[in-house]
Design a protein. Structure first.
Length: 71
């Protein structure tokens, strides 16, 4: 049996990500973040390593469940 996976377009994924950011951050921070992404400043890989130091997919998933009220 084949498994089918639907992949969103990049613009749909970006729109969803912005919605999530707007729920958790002030608009001013979201705008600054989007601006830095668009002009390509910063080092995403370094930032990713700093933000998720010591995290695993499982630990991040558990934290996401708590944020969404699904302990």
């Amino acid at each position: 049996m084949a498994i089918r996976v639907t992949i969103q377009s990049e613009s749909a994924t970006t729109a969803e990500a912005v919605e999530v950011l707007m729920e958790r951050l002030p608009a001013s921070k979201v705008v600054r973040l989007l601006s830095s992404w668009q002009i390509g400043q910063g080092n995403y890989l370094k930032l990713r390593d700093e933000l998720f130091a010591g995290e695993t997919v499982d630990s991040l998933f558990d934290k996401a469940k708590v944020v969404n009220g699904k302990k």
